[in-house]
Ligand binder design. Structure first.
Ligand code: COA
Length: 258
């Protein structure tokens, strides 16, 4: 079904693996096309409750956009390339279902940007993060300048963007770029434990948490108003009635997603 991705659904968790290990999972046009197709599936398939994105092989999550596709692009084409990448990563960021990056090695350039567009990140202890675009005479084009500042603060982001320096997993943890650092073999199990817990919660409420938290960084929205709207929306759901009734009955809630 996909040329460059592997996907596997188990217990409501879709694991998506970017599968070009001989090119360190670099993001070429086909990977973006496949990512958009899998996002269609994530948005529309009710059996998918949450998602893991990771990279094939022991070395890389994603080592960036595929540099071999950069040569000979016109000004118009290079802007279109960045815009298309940003649009795909907005779809990840705005997914109503949680998407977690399991960073299993190099997350450079577009790889770091992909990880940052996910709702949160878990790293294996061999992970490395960086935005090396200035080495190529470029800047990040898939949201990296924006999300790096959002996630680690302006001073640290400025240093990484301008120096192209790579940071290791523990520095990423200290910066707040990742939530956990674990041995490689514990990476997917750790994500599955967290997503398994989230999957027991009311799906519409989870979606409204994502929407409201994303509104903090969206200049077209008032985050507090988004929160009020989400709170009101949830009040009208069957799952809110079930959740509050279950609490008062001292039993476990059985959410329907409605
Ligand atoms: N685009 C296209 N191909 C890439 C790539 C990228 N971003 N990153 C790695 N590759 C390819 C290499 O060209 C090489 O292909 P080959 O075997 O056909 O020659 C293969 O993946 C393995 O990479 P290699 O450089 O040999 O591995 P390494 O262990 O020596 O170095 C890195 C690993 C990540 C340090 C190095 O590959 C690198 O710097 N990659 C580019 C990172 C980057 O600048 N990303 C931002 C792009 S905007």
């Amino acid at each position: 079904m996909y040329q460059t991705l592997l996907s596997f659904l188990e217990d409501g968790i879709l694991t998506v693996t970017i599968n070009r290990p001989d090119k360190l999972n670099a993001l070429n046009k086909q990977v973006f096309s496949d990512l958009n197709t899998v996002l269609d599936e994530i948005y529309s398939n009710d059996l998918i409750r949450s998602v893991i994105i990771t990279g094939a092989g022991p070395k890389a999550f994603v080592a960036g956009a595929d540099i071999s596709e950069f040569s000979g692009l016109s000004d118009h084409e290079s802007r279109a390339l960045a815009k298309a990448g940003q649009d795909t990563f907005f779809r990840i960021e705005n997914s109503p279902k949680p998407i977690v990056a399991c960073v299993n090695g190099f997350a450079l350039g577009g790889g770091c940007e992909l990880a940052m567009s996910c709702h949160f990140r878990i790293a294996s202890d061999n992970a490395k993060f960086g935005q090396p675009e200035v080495n190529l005479g470029l800047i990040p084009g898939y949201g990296g300048t924006q999300r790096l500042v959002q996630l680690i603060g302006k001073g640290r982001a400025m240093e990484l963007l301008m120096s192209a320096a790579m940071i290791d997993a523990n520095t990423a943890l200290q910066y707040g770029l990742v939530n956990y650092v674990v041995p490689a073999e514990e990476l997917l199990p750790k994500a599955k434990t967290i997503l398994g817990l989230i999957n027991t919660k009311a799906p519409l409420a989870v979606a409204k948490c994502i929407e409201a938290a994303n509104a903090v960084f969206d200049e077209t929205k008032n985050g507090y108003e988004t929160e009020v709207a989400g709170f009101g929306f949830c009040f009208d759901t069957a799952d809110m009635k079930e959740g509050t009734a279950a609490f008062l009955d001292k039993r476990k809630a059985n959410f329907s997603g409605k």
